[in-house]
Design a protein around this ligand. Structure first.
Ligand SMILES: [Zn+2]
Length: 184
């Protein structure tokens, strides 16, 4: 199963306890991917393990020369600019406007969307591509799709279920349903 969340939409893991509903959901699945456009690393902080960050992570620095990603403080600064040990300049590990999304992460997201049996898309307007094509791919590949969004979106006509609710209201209920259905 795959679960996509876009922007925090009132369900920021920062507001929930260390083991939030997303983490509970992942723990009760054989395969679970959380695909996100958030860059704040909060899903991981809330306990999710398989997180695909389409827009990178603000807590990581990437070297412009060797491509290395650093998840700790850079060793050296020159006039306030952080540098990699190789001498290359470091930049935040996020995708800036107009840049390509990270290829490997995107490929994994597409693969997961094709392979999953349940795809839940939460709090996204489903208009920005390529992320918006993920629920469509899941739908075309035969997955059950559930959309959680206050407003209808371009994906709504294709969704098996549209829940006009906030993530914070809908997700804990969905997790309870999921657990009840999988109790055997
Ligand atoms: Zn480097």
């Amino acid at each position: 199963m795959v679960y996509v969340s876009s922007h925090a939409s009132g369900n920021s893991p920062a507001q929930s306890s260390a083991s939030g509903p997303n983490q509970e959901w992942e723990a009760s699945c054989n395969a679970f991917s959380l695909i996100t456009q958030n860059v704040d690393g909060l899903h991981q902080a809330a306990g999710n393990r398989n997180v695909l960050e389409l827009h990178g992570n603000i807590r990581v620095n990437r070297c412009l020369s060797c491509g290395r990603e650093l998840d700790h403080e850079p060793e050296q600064y020159v006039r306030g600019v952080p540098y990699c040990a190789c001498g290359g300049k470091l930049r935040p590990g996020v995708v800036w406007f107009g840049e390509m999304l990270p290829e490997r992460v995107l490929e994994q997201a597409f693969n997961d969307a094709r392979a999953c049996d349940l795809f839940v898309v939460i709090g996204t307007s489903s208009v920005v591509y390529p992320a918006a094509s993920l629920p469509e791919i899941a739908h075309e590949s035969g997955a059950l799709t559930i959309e959680v969004n206050l407003e209808p979106t371009p994906f709504t006509p294709n969704a098996d279920f549209h829940l006009g609710a906030t993530a914070s209201a809908a997700v804990p209920a969905l997790v309870n349903c999921w657990k009840a259905c999988n109790k055997s």
